[in-house]
Design a protein around this ligand. Structure first.
Ligand code: MRU
Length: 341
């Protein structure tokens, strides 16, 4: 099947689909400069942990190349500055830091190279991060699909598909694999995912486009559908996984993990190893992004609450390892106690 891409890198040009406009319109946004790249990540025009990392790596090289064309020196120092600015866009998804660490380490080893050679080698590294993510998704899809039985209904949250990665996705990647490559007759229940509706806007769009049967529910309906035994398993992605398996993901994931435990429904987290942060022992060290109050005071373009009401708007929460039935990476399905090193 052809997945809806999150970005394209062709002939040295980077473009992303502006996900804030989906599903109403598909607008391709060119990325030429650092401001546009950073704004696109902050505004969630590109989002999803793996996609953010890949896009940041490709942006770094495009921005560097354009700044050299504009007369700046092709110095490693300048490249590291670009990476450091990109790092400041979003704090939770570790894939961004993985990509920037990798690009920075590559650059640090290239000190003294001529401009052309420096740019070529950095481009090769960014393209490698891009291609590897496609392969990571394929492998996660294969392992994840083994958990989905014929006829199963999978509940998923937020968007973890091709729009969230460079490939077919993680949790949604497993669903694509089970449906298309294993011809399993499966169904999906996908949550709306307030406040920014990644589930309603993006996951529904991906699944409807792919022809996979899905039913959209509001976040608060999850308990009801689980109680009614309409869900066989839950599959979600992650933005950062600690060494002990505690997994940060879109706000609402913690509630789903508690509900799944209560109703005896398997709860799986699917993510590439680039989402595992081996520097932190558990989820208490994960920085949770807090976003602007207006995202909660409104629904789309329309304000739905008093402009001066107090708001708490964490973008992510952490599902504790003990509520997770298994973590699926490109290396296989892991069960607790986890010790990712
Ligand atoms: O704020 P977002 O849309 O970037 O949050 C995305 C998620 O929480 C995803 O579930 C996660 O990044 C995994 S994407 C494969």
């Amino acid at each position: 099947m052809n997945y809806i891409p999150s970005l394209k890198y062709e002939n040295g040009q980077l473009t992303i689909i502006d996900q804030t406009r989906l599903p109403v319109e598909t607008i391709w946004l060119p990325i030429h400069d650092l401001n546009t790249a950073c704004e696109a990540i902050v505004a969630l025009r590109v989002r999803g942990a793996p996609a953010i990392g890949v896009m940041a790596a490709l942006s770094a090289i495009v921005v560097f190349r354009n700044s050299v064309k504009a007369g700046e020196a092709a110095s490693v120092e300048r490249f590291l500055e670009i990476c450091n600015t990109l790092r400041k866009t979003r704090p939770t998804a570790v894939n961004l830091f993985y990509a920037m660490d990798r690009m920075s380490a590559k650059a640090a080893g290239l000190e003294g190279l001529a401009a052309d050679e420096l740019q070529q080698q950095l481009e090769a590294e960014a393209v490698a991060i891009y291609r590897e993510d496609v392969e990571l998704c394929d492998a996660i899809g294969r392992h994840g699909a083994t958990l989905i039985k014929e006829g199963a209904t999978v509940l998923t949250h937020c968007n973890t598909g091709s729009l969230a990665t460079a490939g077919r996705g993680t949790a949604l990647g497993a669903i694509y694999t089970a449906f298309f490559e294993e011809a399993k007759k499966i169904k999906v229940i996908n949550t709306e995912t307030r406040p920014l509706l990644q589930g309603a806007r993006l996951t529904s769009y991906e699944l409807v486009t792919a022809g996979i049967p899905t039913t959209l529910i509001t976040d608060s309906m999850a308990a009801m559908v689980m109680k009614q035994r309409r869900v066989d398993l839950v599959m979600v992605g992650a933005d950062r996984i600690a060494r002990n398996g505690d997994s940060a993901n879109k706000i609402g994931t913690l509630a789903l993990s508690i509900l799944a435990k209560h109703y005896g429904i398997p709860f799986y987290v699917l993510a590439p190893s680039t989402t595992i942060d081996t520097t932190i022992a558990d989820g208490s060290a994960i920085v949770i992004e807090e976003r602007t109050a207006d995202e909660v005071r409104s629904f789309g373009e329309r304000r739905t609450a008093p402009a001066n009401v107090n708001v708490f708007n964490p973008a992510f929460d952490v599902a504790p390892a003990e509520l997770i039935s298994g973590i699926v990476t490109e290396k296989g399905v892991f069960h607790g106690p986890y010790d990712f090193r």
